[in-house]
Design a protein around this ligand. Structure first.
Ligand SMILES: Nc1ncnc2c1ncn2[C@@H]1O[C@H](COP(=O)(O)OP(=O)(O)OP(=O)(O)O)[C@@H](O)[C@H]1O
Ligand SMILES: [Mg+2]
Length: 487
């Protein structure tokens, strides 16, 4: 609703004769009786230049026909008033233009603010009279119009419901895919661990039966702790370095006739053990007879340790995903609340991880000092999903996705940037239209940006703007920090 006040001017009843009314294109086909009825029920209004005739969002209770002058219609989009129409055409009508539709319980409001740009005159009827007249005189036309608006509404509702379901379907498919990997990895690791532990029990029996002096056994257990500690601290090697390391260790084992030395070499290399460390182990074990068994024992210790961290990683990943999914869908949160935009951005990134792939670098440039904003978190997540999804698709697997947050006056701005080909100038205006898509049939519904726009602009009193040139495209979502007055 616009804050400025209406310009109140009197409306003078009966100022137009039926003959004058007939000169307006709306009324030209009416009978004398009908025109007389309209003349008796309407009034005329003179609005000085600059006057505000009606305000967007106010109850639509009057129907206007322009007799002379110039008017402009504006709609509020975010912080701006956008002029949608400017006309001086005699006979154009506005205001309660839908008052003839059956009352569906939702009060009708003016869709735009109307200003007089010059001194202007209007013929005015109350919405009740206008609706009554239309229904009485043109019942068949009203049925058809009702069918049309109702049809359009149900189509739009069915489609947006469908889009939501499709998005949900894609999301849960993605989530299942993401969950499946760590779950499978964890159960593989658990099975391998069982084998290794059985192997260790066996080896322990052999070590004990081999009449190893107690002090040697104690030394071996100490050694095992050292080796595991070293493994935990080992810097990650590249694939090349690992292969080289395996070769060195394999040769070392071969020289000392360690059985299965090459297999063990892989385990030791992965555990961050180098030749120096093996030499030290050899010294500490002392007797050459014991070396083979000791090396195997340490190999088992390393391997079980690695398998346990694999299981830890995998199960940790599962619970991260479940957390992200929970946050994302806001299953356990109220609809409208004060939120930090970063939570939603991060959980959306996790949810879309499989789509983003490895060829796309993700840069997070977050201003952590941003205040909380009043919002519907689940809806905003839908916006982030649509924008990131578009960016990722535009980059076709390679590029940089930049998520930036910053403050701009009393707005929080979330900018989602990509290095794709961009949106050509002639399409910039159209991308937000429902069903506008450049993707092949079946791939895009063209609703992603339309829905995002409605969530941000209508739902949050914010704004989305597009800045695009080849290699640098940004969708900037501006969200007010203060609660919108009417929400
Ligand atoms: N980051 C971007 N880079 C280049 N073009 C874009 C970008 N985002 C959107 N577009 C263009 O805007 C069009 C409309 O986007 P929108 O998200 O509304 O629908 P869609 O992505 O085609 O389909 P859907 O989102 O339903 O899968 C896209 O088809 C594309 O041409
Ligand atoms: Mg899209």
């Amino acid at each position: 609703m616009s804050e400025e006040s209406l310009t109140l001017v009197p409306c003078e009843p009966g100022a137009l004769t039926p003959a004058e009314l007939r000169t307006l294109f709306l009324f030209e086909k009416l009978t004398d009786d009908q025109l007389a009825w309209i003349a008796a029920h309407g009034c005329t209004m003179h609005m000085p230049a600059g006057g505000v005739v009606i305000r967007e969002g106010d109850p639509a209770d009057q129907f206007f026909v322009l007799l002379s002058g110039t008017i402009a219609l504006t709609r509020r989009v975010g912080q701006d008033d956008v002029e949608t129409t400017r006309t001086e055409q005699r006979g154009v009508y506005m205001g309660a233009t839908q008052s003839y539709l059956r009352d569906d319980g939702i009060p009708r409001k003016y869709m735009a603010t109307m200003r007089a740009l010059d001194d202007s005159d209007f013929f005015v009827m109350s919405a009740a009279d206008f609706g009554h007249m239309m229904r009485e005189w043109f019942p068949m036309a009203i049925h058809l119009l009702e069918g049309l608006t109702l049809g359009m509404r149900t189509t739009a509702a069915a489609i947006s419901e469908r889009q939501r379901l499709t998005a949900l379907g894609a999301l849960s498919a993605g989530l299942m895919h993401e969950l499946n990997n760590p779950a499978a990895a964890a159960s593989r690791a658990a099975a391998a661990l069982r084998q290794r532990v059985a192997g260790m029990r066996h080896k322990l029996g052999m070590l004990a039966a081999g009449k190893v002096p107690t002090d040697r056994l104690i030394a071996l257990v100490d050694l095992q702790e050292d080796v595991i500690e070293r493994a935990a601290k080992a810097p990650a090697l590249t694939a090349m370095e690992t292969a080289d390391r395996e070769d060195e260790l394999g040769e070392w084992m071969e020289e000392r006739n360690v059985t299965g030395g090459w297999d063990l070499a892989a385990v030791f290399a992965q555990g961050g053990i180098d030749i120096d460390c093996l030499n030290e182990i050899e010294t500490r074990v002392g007797s050459p007879d014991l070396l083979d068994q000791a090396i195997h024992w340490l190999g088992y210790a390393l391997e079980t340790e690695q398998l346990m961290s694999d299981i830890e990683d995998a199960t940790g990943r599962v619970s991260n995903l479940v957390n992200a999914a929970k946050q994302y869908s806001q299953m356990d949160r109220a609809a409208h609340q004060w939120i930090d935009v970063h939570g939603g951005l991060k959980s959306t990134l996790v949810m879309l991880n499989h789509k983003i792939g490895t060829g796309i670098r993700v840069v997070k440039d977050f201003d952590r000092t941003l205040p909380q904003i009043p919002a519907h978190p689940a809806e905003l997540n839908q916006v982030w999903t649509n924008l990131i999804d578009n960016a990722v698709q535009a980059m076709n697997g390679v590029g940089t996705l930049t998520l930036r947050t910053y403050r701009e006056g009393d707005h929080v701005v979330v900018s989602i940037g990509d290095t794709g080909p961009g949106v050509p100038d002639e399409l910039k205006k159209r991308v937000f239209e429902p069903f506008f898509t450049t993707k092949p049939v079946g791939e895009g519904t063209g609703l992603g940006l339309d829905i995002s726009y409605r969530i941000v602009v209508n739902g949050h009193g914010g704004d989305i703007v597009l800045d695009s040139e080849p290699g640098d495209t940004k969708f900037k979502v501006r969200l007010p920090i203060t609660e919108p007055a009417s929400a």
